[in-house]
Design a protein around this ligand. Structure first.
Ligand code: ADP
Length: 501
């Protein structure tokens, strides 16, 4: 009876053990991971379906063979040498390049562990691996793209700085490093990150007009606030005194939440161009001075002659002399404009602070110009309270806008000046019914020397400096200037000035 009982118990245990084995075998067969078991000599004793799916060999083909077949380029004895390590209880981990049955490359991530029997004796090795070919290719592509990008960044002539959201540099290129006096970008970056070098202390920075540019207004600081920014700035190396002009452009890079993650700043060295421009400005300045002196003398002599002939009743000569005087006045105004633009470029324009009655100024400008044209110069609206500004220069702005309106509307017979009050600002507009301006030119009209030179406009004389001067004068008064125009349908130029003071 006892024997029978023991027998029954044995049978149950064996059954349970068999079920357990069956269960494990099923799992091993169907896991997508590769499971390969070898004996201690390296002969394969188990090969699952995951291994077949990845390598393309069936279990029949591989049982009795060795893993060397899967890794032709490898010294397969290596893990055997590592056997002691494995026996000591450490797993082997590695990424191996293998070959599928069809000869294609497959990358696997392998973990090898020692396999022991119930007594704890080592009987073989169990290798579990996973196909990482796609990941490997992606990593390679990413690192290739990174190398290419680095080569591009290394070879560009522009300086590049990338800072994180806390304004800490994360990337600089060699151009910036050399400018900062470091042999390479790696060394500059290390110095910046260690706080040995400070970006802001190395250079003194001015804006385009020579005003000190606060750190918070530099393009990179604006990019950190989420805005794209561009500025022409002058740098002086505090150590060497060397001056640079750079066109600095900064862009924010946002993370998925829309927060600024990085700011990229690109510095283009425009020192040479800027110096050339300054020489040109200097030339214009000198030439204007040279022209001014003989003109003043010529004008004085004409006046004298006019007075003398008037006294002697030589009316014919007086008329001639008046015409000469008109031309001299034109030349003098032109020279004054040329002088102004070179001063404006150097930021040297001083504005008077007069109480300006805009109504009176508009009437005066119209009264001055009306005798010179057949256009009817009409005035609408009124400004009333005076504003503070430079009377002479504001008068000059009106003259520029009115002469342009007349000049560029040869077929029309009127020009309308409107003066209006709107929200703390005084707005003046000059409307003509002339040739108008194509949209593509409208953005650039206020630039120095900019002229619209289509075939049909070539007949209009001019130097392209009037609107630039007008725009600068208004800007320096804290005002705004803009225009609206449809090609062929006339233009309206506006300016507004604050009335606050
Ligand atoms: P200029 O008239 O001496 O060429 P400006 O600086 O005053 O120089 O004007 C720049 C350009 O803008 C002109 O060449 C002309 O093409 C255009 N422009 C200015 N005012 C007008 C206007 N009222 N109508 C059409 N075009 C204009």
């Amino acid at each position: 009876m006892r024997d029978w009982q023991r027998n029954q118990q044995d049978i149950t245990e064996r059954k349970l053990a068999e079920e357990q084995l069956q269960f494990q075998a099923t799992i091993l067969r169907y896991v997508t991971d590769i499971v390969i078991v070898t004996d201690l000599q390296g002969t394969i004793t188990y090969w699952n379906e995951g291994a077949s799916a990845v390598f393309g060999y069936s279990a029949e083909e591989m049982l009795g063979s060795t893993p060397a077949r899967l890794y032709p380029g490898r010294n397969i004895t290596q893990p055997v040498q590592d056997l002691e390590h494995l026996l000591a209880g450490f797993d082997y981990l590695g990424e191996w390049e293998g070959r599928r049955k069809d000869g294609t490359v497959v990358w696997v991530d392998i973990k090898t562990t020692i396999l022991r029997d119930t007594e704890g004796t080592a009987i073989g090795l169990i290798g579990i691996a996973r196909d990482i070919t796609a990941r490997k290719q992606l990593t390679e592509e990413v690192s290739r793209a990174k190398e290419q990008l680095e080569a591009i960044l290394y070879n560009v002539a522009d300086g590049i700085i990338v800072v994180d959201a806390n304004d800490r540099p994360v990337y600089v290129n060699d151009v910036i490093a050399r400018q900062a006096g470091f042999p390479s970008s790696t060394e500059l970056l290390a110095a910046l990150q260690a706080g040995v070098a400070h970006r802001q202390e190395k250079f003194t920075v001015w804006d385009e007009w020579g005003r000190p540019l606060p750190v918070s207004e530099r393009p990179i600081a604006q990019a950190l606030r989420g805005k794209q920014a561009k500025a022409l700035v002058q740098y002086q190396d505090n150590a060497t005194g060397q001056l640079y002009w750079t066109l600095t452009r900064a862009h924010p890079i946002f993370d998925a939440q829309g927060q600024v993650q990085l700011a990229v700043s690109v510095y283009t060295d425009v020192t040479e161009q800027k110096e050339l421009e300054q020489r040109k400005d200097h030339f214009i300045n000198m030439a204007s001075h040279e022209l001014k002196t003989p003109l003043t003398i010529l004008s004085a002599h004409t006046q004298l002659l006019r007075e003398r002939f008037a006294a002697e009743d030589g009316q014919d000569v007086v008329r001639q002399l008046c015409k000469m005087d008109d031309q001299i006045t034109r030349l003098t105004n032109l020279v004054a404009d040329l002088l102004d633009i070179s001063r404006m470029q150097a930021g040297q324009i001083e504005l008077a602070r007069d109480a300006v009655d805009m109504d009176e100024l508009v009437h005066e400008a119209v009264a001055n110009l009306q005798p010179t044209t057949t256009h009817h110069l009409l005035i609408e609206g009124a400004a009333q309270p005076p504003i503070t500004g430079d009377r002479e220069r504001l008068g000059h702005v009106l003259i520029i806008l009115l002469t342009n309106a007349i000049k560029y509307s040869p077929q029309a017979d009127s020009v309308v000046v409107r003066v209006a009050y709107a929200r703390d600002a005084l707005t003046v507009s000059v409307q003509d019914f002339g040739i108008g301006i194509a949209r593509s030119h409208q953005q650039r009209l206020f630039e120095r020397f900019y002229r619209v030179l289509s075939k049909k406009d070539q007949t209009y004389p001019g130097l392209g400096i009037g609107l630039y001067i007008a725009y600068e004068i208004i800007q320096r008064h804290g005002g705004k200037m803009w225009m609206e125009s449809v090609e062929g349908n006339g233009s309206t130029f506006f300016f507004s000035l604050p009335t606050g003071e």
